[in-house]
Design a protein around this ligand. Structure first.
Ligand code: ZN
Length: 258
């Protein structure tokens, strides 16, 4: 099943929905609890969609693909290298990534995202499937100059709009071997397969749950393949994951609001 958050009209708050091909139906209840699927009668094009989840926390994994670690001259870590992005960074499909004035070098990072279904604490790798609602597409947008200058990553990874997620949560997706690509203005920048991950999805969920309790709706970004590169004002960046979906966002200079 594909799960979305959408608005039937502009004045209404987002609600849960599910997709049948290009039709949307209301998902009455919550995908983290009990729900009932109403008939899918609305066309996907006629509704506004949002990030398919509002995470309480976003746990990210650095250098989880050897070729990406190598392009930054870094070794592959012995244990998963964790960092956090704030929920205020989340935007949905089609929403603009805003380039902050403090940075002169913002880059895309195409990533597979895991959506947690229930509270997870010290889960074993072989049991993690029970704690995963599904998967979505992410872009771990990074101010590379600030990341390097600060020596830790909170500022470089944490700006508003630096975590596009979507377009939906796919509950049937198999993360073992899927092609991940990133295009900027139609030009291929990144290509890799999830099979090249140093630490697999079950290993990551188990490892993170031994550090912090994962809650329903929490999101894990699983690292990026090689080929990260700059984004500039006017770009359109698209992350595709085979069998999952395609997430596109325009890039604009400036700050949110105002
Ligand atoms: Zn990343």
């Amino acid at each position: 099943m594909r799960i979305v958050r959408f608005c039937k009209d502009r004045k209404a708050p987002p609600i849960w929905g599910w997709l049948a091909a290009d039709r949307v139906g209301v998902l009455d209840g919550s995908p983290f609890d009990e729900f009932r699927r109403e008939e899918a009668v609305l066309s996907l094009e006629s509704v506004q969609t949002f990030s398919p989840v509002i995470p309480g926390k976003i746990v990210c994994v650095g250098r989880n693909y050897p070729a990406h670690a190598a392009e930054h001259g870094a070794d592959v870590p012995v244990l998963p290298l964790l960092f956090l992005k704030p929920p205020s960074a989340v935007i949905g499909p089609g929403q603009a990534i805003l380039l902050p004035p403090q940075s002169h070098h913002v880059e895309h990072e195409a990533e597979l995202a895991v959506v947690i279904s229930q509270k997870a604490h010290w889960v074993r790798p072989e049991d993690t499937a029970d704690y995963i609602l599904g998967f979505t597409v992410a872009n771990d947008v990074t101010a590379r100059d600030l990341q390097k200058r600060d020596g830790q990553w909170t500022r470089g990874k944490g700006f508003d709009t630096f975590c596009p997620l979507g377009p939906w949560i796919e509950t049937e997706f198999d993360p073992a071997d899927a092609l991940i690509t990133c295009n900027v203005n139609g030009q291929m920048r990144q290509m890799g397969s999830t099979r090249d991950m140093v630490f697999t999805v079950p290993h990551l969920v188990a490892f993170i749950s031994s550090v912090m309790t994962l809650e329903p709706g929490d999101v894990i970004l699983t690292g990026t393949p090689a080929g990260v590169g700059p984004l500039v004002d006017g770009d359109e960046v698209t992350v595709d994951i085979e069998g999952l979906g395609s997430l596109s966002n325009p890039v604009r200079a400036g700050m949110r609001g105002g």
